[in-house]
Design a binder for this molecule. Structure first.
Ligand code: SF4
Length: 409
């Protein structure tokens, strides 16, 4: 994709899982062909920014040589199966969805009919983990309930309040994969009949669910079922894994960006921690898994030394900002720089999202507080309100940063 600061190369990491050698290849690619900025996206992928002609092909070849490409080039964009970064390791999970998520990803990658769908289409497989990206809206979602059942829905998210749409139904775990296949096949058929339908939100969800329920044994989901609201802070600090002897150690990047040197050092830290594996979180953070309990504090200190926020109470722990004027022609304000200034004015963590236009590239979910730029120096402040579309209720208009900090305090 092209942007104001050059080309952006997105590198999809299945379930956000990265080896040290892959991370070093991304860092090296950014050093040689980019402007030195690597982004950790809210879909747990890497992005290299600032690529200028004629370097595109050389960068792509460099990444393919490192084994970072898709199994099928046509399937690259559609590989959007979202899970918790703690997949398979999480003691807060209702059920381990590793196998189900892998089965769905293999289907999406392997079926040519799916490749033609919108590259933005996403599927959430939620095992009930406290840090799952369950509040990011998805085209198709499955969320674990009790008794081996999953609730499911289209173009929405698992309900977390009375204002959220109820699930379309429930499906037993034994049929969850079949439900995803039936839903995608029914959706593909719809798009072929009506090419203006691109995402599940363009379709009639109830009609689609009725088609699907003819193929798989769907039952009604309890009307009062609610998923607990996920906690993005749950993937910061020392996190017990489901094997009692191991820890995951997490930190958040500063506003979703790292340098090539930082990523190389992170790869080395993972090598010393567990032989060289870490995960990207859907919260623009990293998680080094399978760390021996005795090593946890040392690895946490290592993440902190690399610039990751490891304190859940720090202002930057929950702050996100889009690229702003330095990277985007549509931006009205320098959101990255403003976010750093705002963090300097705050004393605690606030779930706040700065966006330089209403498109909201940096956050798929609605933050507690959204600051929408209205010009280079002023923001409108919205507070999330369940049941209200968009960013929520407009609370203040045209604030400068100092006023914003006062309101947040
Ligand atoms: S939210 Fe708007 S200004 Fe920010 S990166 Fe996206 S398009 Fe650009």
């Amino acid at each position: 994709m092209s942007s104001k600061d050059g080309g952006i190369c997105r590198i999809k990491m299945p379930f956000g899982q990265v080896s040290s050698s892959q991370a070093k290849a991304v860092a090296d690619g950014a050093r040689r062909y980019g402007n030195g900025q690597i982004e950790l996206t809210n879909r747990a992928n890497f992005q290299i920014r600032g690529i200028t002609p004629p370097d595109e092909d050389a960068l792509i070849q460099h990444l393919l040589d490192a084994g970072l490409g898709p199994k099928d080039a046509q399937a690259d964009d559609i590989r959007n199966v979202m899970v918790s970064a703690t997949l398979g390791l999480d003691s807060t999970a209702i059920v381990d969805v590793s196998d189900l998520a892998a089965q769905i990803l293999a289907f999406v990658e392997g079926d040519e009919r799916i490749h033609a769908l919108s590259p933005k289409l996403s599927i959430l497989v939620d095992g009930g983990e406290v840090g799952s990206p369950a509040d990011h809206p998805s085209d198709l979602w499955l969320s674990a309930m009790a008794d081996g059942l999953f609730a499911f829905g289209y173009a929405s998210r698992p309900p977390m309040s009375d204002q959220d749409p109820a699930p379309l139904g429930a499906i037993h775990a034994d049929h969850a994969f079949d439900l995803v296949v039936a839903s995608l096949e029914a959706f593909v058929a719809l798009t072929l009949k009506n090419p203006s339908i691109k995402r599940f939100r363009d379709a009639d969800a109830l009609a689609l669910a009725a088609l699907v329920s003819g193929r798989v044994p769907v039952s009604p989901a309890p009307k009062d079922w609610r998923r607990a609201r996920p906690d993005r802070l749950a993937q910061i600090g020392l996190i017990p894994q489901n094997q009692a002897c191991n820890l995951a150690v997490g930190g958040v990047s500063v506003l979703g960006r790292v340098t090539p040197d930082c990523l190389t050092s992170l790869a080395d830290l993972a090598l010393t921690a567990n032989g060289g594996a870490f995960r990207l979180t859907p919260w623009s953070g990293v998680l080094i898994t399978d760390v021996a309990a005795a090593d946890g504090p040392k690895i946490l200190a290592g993440l902190m030394a690399l610039g990751f926020t490891v304190d859940r109470d720090a202002p930057l722990a929950q702050m996100v900002a889009c690229s702003g004027t330095s990277g985007c022609a549509s931006a009205l304000a320098p959101t990255k720089e403003d976010a750093l200034r705002l963090a300097g004015l705050l004393t605690g963590a606030v779930d706040v999202h700065l966006t330089a236009c209403p498109k909201s590239c940096a956050s798929a979910r609605v933050a507690d507080v959204t600051l929408v730029a209205v010009d280079a120096d002023h923001y409108d402040l919205y507070r999330r309100q369940d049941g209200l579309d968009g960013f929520g209720q407009k609370h203040n208009q045209g604030l400068i940063l100092a006023q914003t900090a006062e309101v947040l305090a």
